[in-house]
Design a protein around this ligand. Sequence first.
Ligand SMILES: *Cc1c(COP(=O)(O)O)cnc(C)c1O
Length: 413
Amino acid sequence: MSLEQKDSIIFSALQEEMQRQKLGLEMIASENYVSSEVLEAQGSIFTNKYAEGYPGKRYYGGCTNVDTIENVGRDRLKELFSCDHANIQPHSGSSANMAVYFAVLKPQDTILGMDLSQGGHLTHGSPVNFSGFIFQSKFYGVDEKTNLIDYNKLEDLAKQYKPKLLIAGHSAYPRFLDFEKFKTIADQVGCPLMVDMAHFSGLVAGVVHPSPIPYADLVTSTTHKTLRGPRGGFILCKKEWAKKVDSKVFPGMQGGPLPHVMMAKAVAFKEALEPSYKIYAQQIVKNAKYLSEQLIQRGFNLVTGGTDNHLILINLNNKNLNGKEAEDILHQAGITVNKNTVPGETRSPFVTSGIRIGTPALTTRGMKEKEMGRIAEWMSQVIENRNNEKKILNIKGEVKKLCSQFPLFHVEK
Ligand SMILES: *Cc1c(COP(=O)(O)O)cnc(C)c1O
């Protein structure tokens, strides 16, 4: 019996989600569309298997095939980022970070990470997150004028707080990070450097973003953002950290891995090793840069004045609406973005003064500069005409038309 007949409420939510993903412009910077092969792997019968432990050292029988996919996945990942050691078991970006913290730190140790409201991530020490309850968290941020990371201030804070771990990485910072500077600062205070490349790992893989590997002692990432794999995480590290990291992922923090997800990760890593992936990564950045220029021409105030990567942060104060209002009104026109705090934020995280947008998902659909120009114009029109229902509906129609010209599973010929 099919799911449709057995469980109609769940089935219809899936159908509606399919339509939503097909007919809307997905501009959330942390989202993407996986290939049909990644989807096939993630939906596979590997979900039935327990495989606690690591290849060759499992706590369950029948793991030969899981060993193959985990070994292949780890090897591909090491090749992709040219690193010593890889662990592909973390269930998410957050659990990858947790495992690294447990490998490096003791409870109450001090960590120094980027302030969440200035572009950092919850798991970098926010008081509402485990990283903030277990460790003493201190934060660095951006310069008030330039909105760029203030490395001098960061150095002073590191010397003042003497963290046991320095964390670089962001979820809303539109510029490259200076990994060499981060490493110099970590060395000055004698602590390891962790780089959380969750957002930009796909750009590193595509060689359009500096790689943290030569500088960082430990690197964490998600697999589902720019990297375009299944939802999940991984850890890369230098040899000396390998044993500790592996033992903190399992048995330190997780039980069995998700073999179907590890399989999908391995498939995604193969895709990222192909020459076409470099072209994809280049186009993500070209699209983001072009979209930035087009938005600036329409009077939008971009934090730092543009972008180096896949994401754009817009401060909406000059447009007389807040982030939540912008998110809602753009949604009515079929454009999905998220409200986001901006440096110097005065509103609550539920309202915010900005929005964050990104180009990874649109680029996967095959959209290029020409489409970015049209999208910038629609965004501007929607915001300028936010009380004109007819206009918004009109644009929604245009958005649908554009999306139908860029089918979702273009890989499924
Ligand atoms: C998205 C993100 C994470 C968390 O990933 P989840 O898979 O949602 O747990 C961690 N760090 C950074 C910098 C991120 O952007």
